[in-house]
Each structure stands twice: as structure tokens, then as C-alpha cells.
Design a protein around this ligand. Structure first.
Ligand SMILES: NC(=O)c1ccc[n+]([C@@H]2O[C@H](COP(=O)([O-])OP(=O)(O)OC[C@H]3O[C@@H](n4cnc5c(N)ncnc54)[C@H](O)[C@@H]3O)[C@@H](O)[C@H]2O)c1
Length: 321
């Protein structure tokens, strides 16, 4: 049956943190485009974060991207024209304990989607990747650019780098219209409570101590999820096929600085910090230059960390009741 929507976009992982924020933005912004959220609903998913579920241009399908038969049924049912691939096993600590799960979803699952993208002649395949594929930086080194070398240093980042290489090979070999974004650490409403910022906020709200790795000296650049969603959408629609775009903010903080900001916002003291053994192979610093995205597509991050973190605390306060 012919769909009334000419443009039909599969969004994998749309029940996760960034995917749900993307859907809330895009489904409302583009009412003439159909968005099909495909998600296996793992521990990281929370459909409560999708606020557009009653819109006519939104559909949900529960499926594992590793299940080829089920994914083929979904492609047959909707005949998608475009795809944004957010779905991934994203937990670095879990990937260190059990690498196989993230290799299966992030590598094999991505390859299944790439094959389907060729079979169904998609006009766009957008892989959502991470700054972690660059490995880590010393304190004063300049931020990574898109030309920096791959240097993944844990199973999660190696699996994301592998997914990128697969996509690049499909672009080269089959002329697939692919594009990649690599973003820095995101924070904001809807992130699952195993990740640093939501975990610390939830623990502090519940009166528990926060477990800080070692002295908390590791540095990350932090990007509010709404800024990432807008950048991702811009690249999805206007980025050049075959290209890679970094999405980063210039706001770098150590984990200790983040913890102090949260303690201050929740009116707690440093007595609530419990220093725990460091993560094995913990990368020291990640930082990205988004100059290419700023120059070519005119994007800039709009939400400062101080503003974004307040909104995030309000969100988790409401969730925790
Ligand atoms: N969160 C960050 O700071 C960050 C930074 C850079 C890049 N990224 C990338 O952005 C993407 C989204 O990250 P996130 O933080 O929203 O992740 P998340 O863990 O919150 O959500 C991932 C979603 O994917 C789904 N999923 C997992 N395995 C699946 C499978 N086999 N089949 C179908 N669905 C599956 C989960 O159910 C979940 O809803 C990922 O590709 C991640 O690598 C995230």
C-alpha cells in the first residue's frame, strides 16, 4: 500500500536518551515526514521519554536490529527512504565486563542495517557515532578534528569505530549515501540513570553518596542533548554525503568539577563523595573541534552547561517525585 508520507525515516534507538530527544524535536518539526522508532527496549530505553507518541507521523516498532527477519518485516511494512542510527549498547563499563553484547549490537546490528539500506535503496544513512573513537588527549593538546586518527581504547569505542569503518566501506564500495556525526558527552533530560550525571543526581536526591572514579580528574566536554539533536538533524538533512562531522561544545570539566556543581545545586557538601577505584583503561580527556559543522552548516551550541544542568536537575527531581 502506498504511504501518504513521501519521506519515511527509520530512527533506531528512539526510546533511548538521545533518540527520544531527537524524535520529540523532529516529529513535531516535520509533520509531513513519517518517523518510525525501532527499538529493542533494553535497560537503557524508556518510552516515557517520547512525548510525540500520539502524532500521526510517528510509529513505534519493538525490534532488535540484530534480528534480520524482524528488521526486514519492518522495512517491508514502511518502505523507509531515510535512516538515522542511534541504537547502540552505550555503557562503557558494561562493555569492559562483557564486550560481546556491544560488539553484537554496534557492529553486527549496524551491518544488518547497512545491508537493508542497500536493498531498499535508502537516500540517506546517518550513523550517530562518538568522540570516543579518537581515544584520549593530554591536558593541553588541541581538540580532535575530523582528520584525527582512530584510536579507540575500550570495547565500546572499538565497536563504534568498527561501525564507522563499515559505513565508510559501504559508501566507497556501493555508493551508499552515508554520513557520520561524532558527538562529545551528552547530558540532559531522559538519560538513563547508569550514566554519570543522572546517576549522581538520583543518588543525591535519594540521600546516597556519589561514587567518583579515583580523584575525579578525567576531563570531558559536555554538550546539552538539545544542541546535539539540532546538530544531528542539520547534518542528516544538509550534511554532505560521505562526510564526517564532529559535534562538541567548548565546555570542558573534570568529573570532580561536575560533581561539585551538582552538590551545589542540590545543596549538599563534598562529604557526599565516595572515591572508588578507577575504571580500567579510563581515558583521561576527550575534546572536539566543531569548526567544520560551524563553518559549513552554521551550527553553534546554544545552551551553556550551567543552564543545561539546572534543567536536567529539574527533570530528575520531577522523575524521582
Ligand atoms: N550519550 C552520549 O553522551 C553519547 C555521546 C556520543 C555518542 N553517543 C551515541 O549516540 C547514540 C545514542 O546514545 P544514547 O546515550 O541515547 O544511548 P542509550 O543507551 O540511552 O539508548 C540506546 C537505545 O538503543 C536501544 N538499543 C540497544 N540495543 C539495541 C538493539 N540491538 N536493537 C534495537 N535497539 C537497541 C536501547 O533500547 C536504547 O533505547 C549511540 O549510538 C551512542 O554511541 C552517545
Amino acid at each position: 500500500m502506498k504511504s501518504k508520507f513521501d519521506r519515511r525515516t527509520i530512527v533506531t534507538g528512539g526510546a533511548g536518551f538521545i533518540g527520544s530527544n531527537y524524535l520529540n524535536y523532529a516529529v513535531t518539526k516535520y509533520p509531513r515526514e513519517l518517523f518510525i522508532n525501532v527499538d529493542a527496549l533494553t535497560y537503557a530505553a524508556d518510552l516515557r521519554n517520547v512525548s510525540v507518541e500520539n502524532r500521526k507521523n510517528y510509529a513505534f516498532e519493538k525490534s532488535d536490529i540484530c534480528d534480520v527477519a524482524s528488521m526486514t518485516d519492518i522495512f517491508n511494512k514502511y518502505r523507509p527512504t531515510h535512516l538515522i542510527h542511534f541504537a547502540a549498547e552505550t555503557h562503557v563499563d558494561q562493555s569492559i565486563k562483557n564486550p560481546s553484547i556491544c560488539i553484537k549490537t554496534n557492529v553486527e546490528g549496524t551491518n544488518n542495517l547497512l545491508q537493508l539500506a542497500l536493498d531498499y535503496k535508502l537516500s540517506r544513512f546517518h550513523l550517530v557515532s562518538t568522540d570516543e573513537i579518537y581515544g584520549d588527549l593530554t591536558a593541553y593538546a588541541p581538540p580532535f578534528t575530523e582528520d584525527s586518527l582512530y584510536n579507540p581504547r575500550n570495547p565500546y569505542s572499538a565497536s563504534k569505530a568498527s561501525a564507522e569503518l563499515l559505513l565508510l566501506s559501504y559508501i566507497h564500495t556501493y555508493n551508499l549515501q552515508g554520513v557520520i556525526t561524532r558527538s562529545s558527552n551528552n547530558y540532559g533530560p531522559g538519560q538513563d540513570a547508569t550514566k554519570l550525571i543522572p546517576k549522581f543526581i538520583t543518588f543525591l536526591l535519594e540521600g546516597k553518596k556519589v561514587p567518583l572514579y579515583a580523584k575525579g580528574g578525567n576531563i570531558r566536554s559536555w554538550l546539552y542533548v538539545e544542541d546535539n539533536v539540532k546538530a544531528t538533524d542539520l547534518v542528516f538533512r544538509k550534511g554532505k554525503a560521505g562526510e564526517i562531522y564532529n559535534i562538541g561544545s567548548r565546555e570542558e570539566y573534570t568529573n570532580f568539577e561536575i560533581t561539585k556543581k551538582l552538590l551545589h545545586l542540590l545543596k549538599k557538601t563534598e562529604k557526599e563523595i565516595e572515591h572508588v577505584a578507577d575504571r580500567p583503561g579510563h581515558d583521561f580527556r576527550y575534546a572536539l573541534s566543531s569548526q567544520k559543522l560551524e563553518n559549513e552548516l552554521g551550527w553553534k551550541p546554544r545552551v551553556s552547561f550551567d543552564k543545561g544542568i539546572k534543567r536536567t536537575v529539574v527533570h530528575f527531581k520531577k522523575r524521582t517525585g
